[in-house]
Ligand binder design. Structure first.
Ligand SMILES: NC(=O)c1ccc[n+]([C@@H]2O[C@H](COP(=O)([O-])OP(=O)(O)OC[C@H]3O[C@@H](n4cnc5c(N)ncnc54)[C@H](OP(=O)(O)O)[C@@H]3O)[C@@H](O)[C@H]2O)c1
Length: 326
């Protein structure tokens, strides 16, 4: 089978697609015939040898931790009824997904509703799960102003839609015009470019001077810092991203003085909560099947062009989610 290897830590060029031995399902595992593999920003950071949280895999390894496809075979102790079913799942380890065949744990399999394609399911596996968790935890009230950073990204594009469904008025912050256009299409009421000086002044003005009630900080660095300073008194600030290179570091005393509740991924989900993650993916798939959210798939690349897919993600040129097609 073909698989995409991270041959060493480095730029997109270290990704090499080559023939590889087929994996076998161990006890409690299945092998999935992959049709779509998701790529998220963290995977590009891991490939560079930088980890914003998860443990760094040791090269050489097969990239990718999330797949959608059909169950090809099952291991010892697994219900044989899974064979042939359309599923979306994390891989058994955090790698091995950018391949024709990938190993997954039975307990992580999520059946894909008939109404959804496998590409949509792949786009919702991690981003949908995270977005559902973040929006629930943020407790958005009807009419709240909600600032979403990287609002046209894989995660951000779902946060925009879910925040709006929860009654929020969404301000999308993005880095380019094509992404601004997507954010508007997804329901953002106000769109700002955080590459422009004074972008938080526009956010404050849009919110009548108070600042946003809820901020989803998926970028960190100076953008996250500026967004924290703009957050309304008594608001909620979610630190869940580091695409700028470093997550926002918020002084708890400063947050307490302004009554801002800071939430982070570990508080939300626990550091390892596979059952919770699976349930949130199921909810995201159900919301998409019912037409409440639509994954915005911006780029689909064949397995052989995995390095182009990573390159595009890092160049920030893809409005929406990036996928690999097998
Ligand atoms: N996906 C998940 O389930 C998940 C889970 C936990 C945490 N997160 C975090 O959430 C964030 C979004 O994840 P994602 O996978 O959906 O990625 P993404 O938003 O599709 O891609 C990252 C985006 O960050 C923005 N960005 C701003 N400054 C940047 C910089 N200096 N370098 C590169 N990008 C920059 C870019 O959007 P613009 O061009 O619009 O600026 C870029 O497209 C990441 O920080 C990730 O660590 C995601």
């Amino acid at each position: 089978m073909r698989a995409v290897w991270v041959t060493r830590f480095g730029g997109p060029e270290v990704l090499v697609t080559q023939e590889t031995a087929e994996p076998v399902a161990g006890p409690g595992q299945v092998v999935v015939a992959v049709e779509f593999a998701e790529i998220n920003f963290v995977e590009t950071q891991l490939r560079r040898g930088i980890s914003p949280g998860p443990p760094l895999p040791e090269p050489p390894y097969v990239s990718g931790g999330g797949v959608a496809g059909r169950v090809a075979s099952v291991g010892e102790g697994v219900d044989p009824g899974w064979t042939g079913r359309r599923v979306v799942t994390r891989t058994a380890t955090s790698s091995g997904g950018n391949a024709e065949l990938a190993v997954a744990k039975e307990g992580n399999l999520v059946p894909v509703p008939d109404e959804l394609g496998l590409a949509e399911a792949a786009a919702l596996l991690n981003d949908g799960s995270t977005a559902v968790g973040l929006v629930n935890r943020a407790g958005i009230q009807e009419g709240d102003w909600v600032l979403v950073e990287a609002a046209a990204g894989g995660l951000g594009s779902l946060l925009v839609q879910l925040a709006r469904s929860a009654g929020g008025r969404v301000i999308a912050a993005v880095g380019s015009e094509p992404k601004a256009e997507l954010a508007r299409k997804l329901g953002a009421e106000v769109v700002v470019d955080y590459g422009q000086d004074g972008w938080t002044d526009l956010v404050r003005t849009a919110t009548g001077g108070n600042g946003p009630d809820v901020v989803f900080d998926g970028v960190g660095g100076p953008i996250g810092r500026a967004a924290f300073e703009a957050t309304a008194r008594g608001g909620t600030f979610s630190v869940h991203g580091a695409s700028s290179g470093g997550a926002s570091v918020i002084d708890p005393d400063e947050a307490a003085r302004r009554g801002v509740t800071v939430i982070g991924l570990d508080q939300l989900f626990g550091m390892s909560d596979p059952a919770g993650a699976r349930q949130r993916t199921e909810r995201a798939l159900a919301a998409a099947a019912a037409g409440h959210i639509t994954p915005a798939i911006g780029g689909t690349y064949p397995l052989e062009r995995a390095s182009d897919a990573h390159k595009a993600m890092e160049a920030r040129t893809v409005p929406g989610k990036t996928l690999l097609m097998v």
